[in-house]
Write a protein that binds this ligand. Structure first.
Ligand code: Q9C
Ligand code: ZN
Length: 832
């Protein structure tokens, strides 16, 4: 049946294009197209066939996917404070759970209890203040205080159970998302409340306390880099705009937020411009926020699937997420009191099925809105069945999207085609002409039709045919102009240029010439020509469609590469920044080190200076010392010179004295007889002294100069003393011998009787005086000479006869008198 549809479409397409095709033949560039075999055409129908088989043939028996379900009764404790009836009631999740149990699907799932969120995970998207506010809803605060807080918020109620429920709702989505990301589960469905997508960083609103889905996305991206989740697609199909989620990832290219919602030109909750299709994100996140804002209620499966086929799915292909989170509010469901739309459980299942083609099926649904209990339960069950891949989803609605739906989709595509090239093509008028009349508050028109219409085909390959179909409209005008605008990669631009050229040629030349040619033909010829041209055109369009697709793939690949390189760039710049910071820190460190070194250098320079000065002073002192030493030496030399001179003088003097002494002796000898031995003895005594002196002066050692000087002084003194003594000794000896001799002569003469008494008395007195003198002076020097004199005197006496002395003779013997006179003189001289 589907094959027939395709062929029918090709046929109608053929008829439509006849006029066009007629124009193509004479173009030289197109002759190549003749080579294209018919196999191309059959390929198209084959694709249609196989797609049909795919859809029909899919059945139970597929490998069961592991689905995680979160349900926790504790979340039912969140309720209105005074028991007032509210659409966001605890039964919402209860009825879903009961429905799933009744349908027997919960047994085939991994059922998880609630998990409370950690504050640090909540703080990834919420302010500390907001987290604390929700935390303290139950604790410490009185009911009246809580009521007051709630009353100040938009569409928020709170009771004692609200805090725990909010923590459980957020934490459970985190938990199941983590398990899916880890691979423990294939997919997950968190049946939670309160909902989350309206909650902003610092504000609870629209029945939402924490933004459950945003917390989970942020957790995966920021807390679990180990899981390799780098790009997350958030699909928000709740009938309300996910304002909180949009704001939280406004500048984040890692999270693509897609929200389809009633906007009603800004009058639907949450009213304002936030949900407008112009809100595409900012900075690095520009193009990563997509709003599909319905202009009115009454939207159903056809509208949602049109948005899927013409916006979300192409974008998802380009974005290629690693993980999908669905803000799966079901308030767009038929009969929902708030949504006013008519999505069927079947519609939800198709929407979900199409998403499961991405991120290797890693998808987690979190309940948001949904206020008709029965519709909710059915919708949720349909989703669970798709996640379990139990039921074949079969699109068989004859409904078309609303007129406004095409308007919205076209506006969105136009606004976002700069970021997602696959949105650049204009939708075919044939497609957008398939529309239902604008519903006027009559929801019955949204009821799903069970009629299977041949006019519409559905299946995974559905997009192929409309794209091909659209080519006929795009070829002469839009496609070419768009291709130029889009700045396709180099290989593509040549192609666009060729088409553009072709367009001009056709309009200006070929068309008029064709008319001429046809004029001259017979009817049969015209038919044959038309048929042939028609076939050629089909082949050509097939070729063009192929090129078109390839181009789009290239664009998409380029966009992927761009995104990857953007991310890379971001990482690199972050790395660079940290490296810069490190570098700056190192530079600072080096600077301070340098400064310290400079200080050290300055200090050592100063030290060096001081040392230099000291050295200079020392050198000066040394020079002064040297000079002083030289002076000293000069002085000492002079002294030595003078001493030597003194010595020489002394020697001369001594010689002189010696000579004098000898003269004296000679004179004495003349008086008392000569004494050879006496002379010898004197010269012996002098010899060693001069020798000692010579020895000392010969060794002219400067260093012992002082010693020498002292020694010299000593020697000199000794020498002088000796000379004095000798002189005296000589004199004394002379006197003593004279006296002694005279005395002894007198004594002998007296014994012989020749001496008068008084003469002896005089001699004795003189003798005693001499003795006393000798005792006083010391005998050592004098005695020997006295003895020598005595001996020589005795010798003299022995050879002479004693004279007979009279009194007169005795008083004046010649020798005696002269000696006596002389001796007296000497004694007197000595005494004085
Ligand atoms: N004039 C969710 O679906 N409507 N929230 C309030 C006040 C609030 C819906 C109308 C609707 C909130 C999660
Ligand atoms: Zn909602």
């Amino acid at each position: 049946m589907r094959c027939q549809t395709s062929i029918g479409r090709v046929a109608s397409f053929r008829v439509q294009s006849v006029l066009f095709l007629l124009l193509l033949d004479p173009l030289p560039s197109l002759t190549a197209l003749r080579k294209i075999r018919l196999s191309h055409l059959s390929k198209i129908t084959m694709a249609g066939e196989s797609s049909g088989k795919d859809c029909d043939g899919k059945a139970a028996g597929k490998i069961q996917r592991k689905l995680g379900l979160v349900y926790d009764e504790t979340m039912c404790k969140h309720d209105t404070p005074d028991g007032e009836v509210h659409v966001e009631c605890p039964d919402r999740i209860r009825v879903i759970w009961e429905k799933l149990q009744l349908a027997g699907v919960t047994q085939r799932c991994m059922v998880l209890g609630g998990t409370k969120a950690e504050d640090k995970h909540l703080k990834l998207v919420h302010t500390k203040k907001h987290v604390n506010l929700v935390k303290n809803i139950s604790t410490k605060q009185r009911d009246s205080r809580r009521d007051k807080i709630a009353s100040q918020l938009d569409s928020i109620y709170m009771n004692r159970g609200s805090s725990e429920a909010a923590y459980l709702a957020a934490g459970s989505v985190v938990k199941v998302a983590e398990k899916v990301a880890e691979g423990e589960l294939d997919s997950g469905f968190a049946i939670v409340r309160p909902p989350g997508h309206h909650a902003e960083a610092d504000e609870a609103m629209g029945f939402c306390l924490f933004n459950n889905v945003a917390v989970a996305a942020s957790y995966l991206l920021n807390q679990r880099p180990d899981l390799g989740i780098k790009k997350i697609l958030i699909v928000d199909w709740d009938i309300h705009h996910g304002n909180g989620t949009q704001k939280m990832f406004w500048k984040d290219p890692h999270v693509l937020v897609f929200s389809v919602h009633r906007h009603d030109h800004g009058s639907f909750y949450p009213s304002g411009d936030d949900g407008d299709y112009n809100m595409v994100g900012e900075g690095p996140g520009e193009g990563f926020n997509i709003n599909v804002p319905w202009e009115q209620g009454g939207c159903g499966d056809a509208d949602y699937l049109a948005a899927w086929d013409h916006i979300l799915i192409p974008v998802a292909k380009g974005f290629n997420p690693d993980f999908i989170l669905v803000s799966a509010g079901v308030d767009a469901a038929i009969n929902d009191p708030l949504g006013g739309c008519c999505v069927t459980p079947y519609g939800y299942s198709v929407m979900l099925k199409k998403l499961m083609e991405f991120a290797q099926g890693k998808i987690v649904l979190a309940l948001e809105g949904g206020y008709n209990l029965e519709s909710m339960a059915k919708s949720a069950l349909a989703c669970v069945q798709v996640l379990l891949e139990e039921k074949t989803t079969q699109w068989s609605s004859g409904a078309y999207p609303l007129e406004s739906t095409w308007r919205v989709i076209q506006a969105v595509r136009k606004r976002l085609c700069a970021y997602w090239p696959s949105l650049a093509d204009k939708l075919s008028s044939k497609l957008i002409n398939q529309k239902t009349r604008t519903p006027v508050g009559n929801l019955s028109s949204c009821l799903p039709s069970s009629t299977v219409s041949g006019a519409r085909a559905e299946g995974p390959n559905l997009t192929v045919l409309p794209s091909l179909e659209s080519t006929s409209h795009l070829l002469p005008h839009s496609h070419l102009s768009v291709a130029k605008k889009r700045k396709a990669p180099a290989s593509g631009s040549t192609l666009s240029y060729r088409f553009s050229e072709m367009e001009d040629v056709m309009v200006d030349k070929v068309l008029p010439s064709f008319h001429e040619e046809l004029k001259g033909m017979e009817f049969e010829e015209r038919i044959a020509f038309g048929k042939e041209s028609s076939l050629k055109a089909i082949l050509m369009f097939d070729h063009l469609a192929q090129e078109n697709r390839e181009l789009r793939y290239k664009c998409s690949a380029a966009s992927d590469a761009l995104m990857a390189s953007n991310e890379n760039l971001k990482n690199l710049s972050a790395e660079r920044n940290s490296a810069d910071a490190l570098f700056r820190r190192e530079v600072e460190e080096l600077k301070s080190l340098l400064a310290a070194r400079d200080g050290e250098l300055e200090a050592s320079r100063k030290e060096l200076k001081a040392k230099k000065k000291e050295l200079e002073t020392k050198e000066k002192a040394r020079l002064m010392l040297v000079r002083a030493r030289e002076d000293d030496i000069r002085g000492l030399r002079a002294k030595i010179g003078s001493l030597v001179q003194e010595r020489d003088e002394a020697v001369v003097k001594a010689e002189h004295l010696d000579k004098e002494l000898q003269d004296d002796r000679l004179r004495n000898r003349v008086g008392n007889g000569s004494h050879e031995s006496n002379e010898d003895m004197d010269s012996d005594k002098l010899e060693p002294m001069s020798q000692e002196f010579n020895e000392d002066t010969d060794s002219e050692d400067l260093q012992s100069l002082e010693d020498f000087k002292k020694t010299w002084e000593r020697i000199r003194e000794n020498w002088i003393t000796s000379i004095k003594n000798l002189k005296q000794v000589g004199i004394l000896a002379t006197i003593a011998s004279g006296i002694t001799n005279q005395y002894q002569v007198y004594r002998r003469w007296e014994r012989q009787g020749t001496l008068l008494g008084w003469e002896l008395e005089v001699a004795a007195e003189k003798y005693h005086n001499l003795r006393a003198f000798l005792d006083k002076v010391g005998q050592s020097d004098v005695y020997p000479s006295v003895e020598v004199y005595e001996k020589s005197w005795n010798d003299v006496l022995a050879s002479h006869r004693p004279p007979v002395v009279t009194r007169e003779d005795a008083s004046s013997p010649a020798v005696t008198v002269s000696t006596k006179r002389k001796n007296r003189k000497r004694v007197r001289r000595n005494d004085s």
